[in-house]
Design a protein around this ligand. Structure first.
Ligand code: CO8
Length: 257
């Protein structure tokens, strides 16, 4: 598929996806979701890729769903557009490899929902976060009502959703919405460094972390313990990554994954 909105670069086991629709502040339209679905499938099929990073070009990460496209929709089309985005962001969550959002600027509405579909978020000091849907007489439609409260807790979620306040990176850090904040000129360098750090770890262990933590969140603590024990055991087979990692430690050498 030829991409019009996404740019995909793969280097040293890291796929960097840049959303580039600067004339509309990278707003998410139907085309974006088709490209992103394709991109998720194609990156997932490349065994050499260990981490994916998503960022935006220009002064926005993503300023929301495309209002100019949405305004013409009827209720059925609105629901379908919501399901399209929910499915794409759910596919992001289900990717076996970690996905990091590098938030360079505005992450509003559907843009914040995209960032929340990633595994964690790094932000520039210039980033701005918000769920401004109520300004438009709308609510989030890409699972923002569900992910935000799980990430930041009920109070901060309802505050952001009901006021449409735009908050800066320091507030986002305090809420736990982002994990690190960097000066704009080093955001991508630091993000790629972090991606490289993760890409150098045991790849099966990293995939198991993602899977067990994410699956565990939707079940009971005890079910999560069982998931963890089974995943832990899976790393011990003959010729497994765990055996190699532990042997390398004891032999005082780098593991050969
Ligand atoms: N959709 C379409 N176009 C947009 C969007 C958007 N979300 N955001 C910005 N643009 C366009 C502007 O219309 C403008 O276009 P033009 O130059 O042709 O007039 C261009 O981008 C530049 O924008 P501004 O001139 O407004 O730039 P500023 O720097 O003054 O302001 C802001 C930047 C603060 C980001 C401002 O553009 C803004 O407030 N944008 C809208 C933010 C918003 O409300 N986002 C939420 C959208 S709703 C949503 O995301 C719901 C998700 C769930 C959908 C479920 C489907 C049913």
């Amino acid at each position: 598929m030829e991409y019009e909105i996404l740019k995909k670069e793969i280097n040293n086991g890291v796929a960097l996806i840049t959303i580039s629709r600067p004339k509309a502040m990278n707003a998410l339209n139907t085309r974006f979701f088709h490209e992103m679905d394709h991109c998720i499938a194609s990156v997932s099929s490349e065994a050499s890729v260990k981490v994916m990073v998503i960022t935006g070009e220009g002064k926005a990460f993503v300023a929301g769903a495309d209002i100019a496209e949405m305004v013409h929709k009827n209720p059925e089309e609105g629901t379908a557009f919501s399901r399209l985005g929910q499915n794409t962001f759910s596919s992001l969550e289900k990717m076996e490899i970690p996905v990091i959002a590098a938030i360079n600027g505005f992450a509003l509405g559907g843009g914040l929902e995209l960032a929340m579909g990633c595994d964690f978020r790094l932000a520039s000091t210039k980033a701005k976060f918000g769920q401004p849907e109520v300004n438009l007489g709308l609510i989030p439609g890409y699972a923002g009502t569900q992910r935000l409260s799980r990430l930041v807790g009920m109070g901060d979620a309802l505050y952001l959703l009901m006021t449409a306040d735009m908050v800066g990176a320091e507030d986002a850090l305090r809420m736990g919405l982002v994990q690190k904040v960097y000066e704009p000129e080093v955001l991508m360098e630091e993000t790629m460094k972090m991606a490289a750090t993760i890409a150098a770890k045991g790849p099966a262990a990293i995939k198991q972390i993602k899977s067990v933590v994410r699956q565990g969140m939707s079940g009971s603590f005890h079910e999560g313990e069982i998931l963890e024990a089974n995943a832990f055991g899976s790393l011990f087979g003959e010729g497994s990554e765990g055996k190699e990692g532990m042997t390398a430690f004891l032999e005082k050498r780098k593991p050969n994954w």
